[in-house]
Design a protein around this ligand. Sequence first.
Ligand SMILES: Cc1cc2nc3c(=O)[nH]c(=O)nc-3n(C[C@H](O)[C@H](O)[C@H](O)COP(=O)(O)OP(=O)(O)OC[C@H]3O[C@@H](n4cnc5c(N)ncnc54)[C@H](O)[C@@H]3O)c2cc1C
Length: 417
Amino acid sequence: MDNRYDVIVAGGGTAGVIAAIQSGRAGARTLLVERVGMPGGTMTSGGIAWPGLFFAWHKQVIAGIGWELVTAAVRECGMTLPDFSTQVGMKNHPAYQVKINPVIYAALCDAALVDAGVDVLYHCMVAAVDGSSVTLAVKEGLKRVSAKVIVDCTGDANVAAMCGCELFEAEDCQPGTYSVRLSGYDPKSLDYETMAENARRAVAGGRLKFPDLSWSVSDFSSQLLFSFGNNGNHLWGKKAHTSEGRSQMEIEGRQAILRAYRFLCTQKGLENLKIEFAASECGIRETVRIQGEEVVTVQDYQSGRVWPDSVCHAFYPIDLHNKEHGVKPDPLAEGVVPTVPLGALIPKGLTNVLVAGRCISSDRLANSALRVQATCMATGQAAGAAAVLAAARNCPVKEVPLEQLKELLKRHQAIVP
Ligand SMILES: Cc1cc2nc3c(=O)[nH]c(=O)nc-3n(C[C@H](O)[C@H](O)[C@H](O)COP(=O)(O)OP(=O)(O)OC[C@H]3O[C@@H](n4cnc5c(N)ncnc54)[C@H](O)[C@@H]3O)c2cc1C
């Protein structure tokens, strides 16, 4: 393993894996640094293994390395892709997300990273950055490496913040979710009226919280049971971009599962309830957004603005999970396909840092749509490609020639607006 890199990608999640593979395949000396022992982030450790949306209005709008890995995972497991030829818009958009097996996806990511010549350090975080000098916290202690460009794919802009980037944070971030897999019951045979009464009493007695069982903060809902634990609860009120906030989230997430389990096991028809599997950590929807050279607003998003420096598409309804209104996705108008500018991946004023994934520069409403997995993958690939060019030219990331960037992305099967 080398000590001098062209590109270091911090965070090997949804966006970061793609950024690192792009960088490696384009010939840059690349290091991927990941906090946990598995690539894929929210898609694997977070248990949210259904990336979307790659197609819009009958047409593929996001492809490239993310699509290559997702379809490889589908093929490997003999699963099927949704029928994209039937997609006429944003109605029933979850049906057009691609279901994948997280472990197989992670294994395919590992293989692609190694094939691309990327050095991979799992169980490692960036501890400090001083210009091109990067200090890593590895299991043995601190390790010093250098990088011409750093791509921050931590989802939380941890590295951009260390380098002085301004961050935006909502008062009350969207909730996290602790995904589990339940078995041992038939959801159609349960007495939900009685259960709702029992749940209200348990909540009044402090033994249960309504969002332990569903997305509702105010009453009983059968969501957790009907989804067999998949994306079935909501965890509010934690700031998950710091180790302290994230720890509170993990503790509260498991307590929510424990409360739900204790309550449900006492209900008729759930005597044999089992928790077969739990994601290894909470899925996080929202933490911070960077102040970038450009900011994608909800107006830009909903009008399908094509930026002069557009590097990829995005496609998803505005989807802000809100305590008062619950979840009410606001679809895009027919034919609209938003785009993401390179400027939204560049922290304002920084010369050697790019950001990809859910915390790119955007207002809160636009971000509630830009945060989804296919878009994170596309921004990851764009940031990886921009990093390679900046490193090769020894230029600030802002000065990467756009035409060369677009060419490089197309050569690696990305769709560029
Ligand atoms: C419950 C839930 C449901 C969702 N539903 C959907 C859906 O239906 N469809 C969809 O497409 N999207 C969905 N999303 C959104 C989507 O999954 C995420 O927004 C997206 O995966 C985020 O990608 P990312 O690369 O920004 O972050 P992540 O995938 O979380 O990756 C960040 C990576 O960085 C690592 N890391 C963090 N900090 C550090 C550090 N300091 N140093 C090194 N490594 C670090 C993490 O371990 C992780 O691997 C959902 C999200 C949640 C939580």
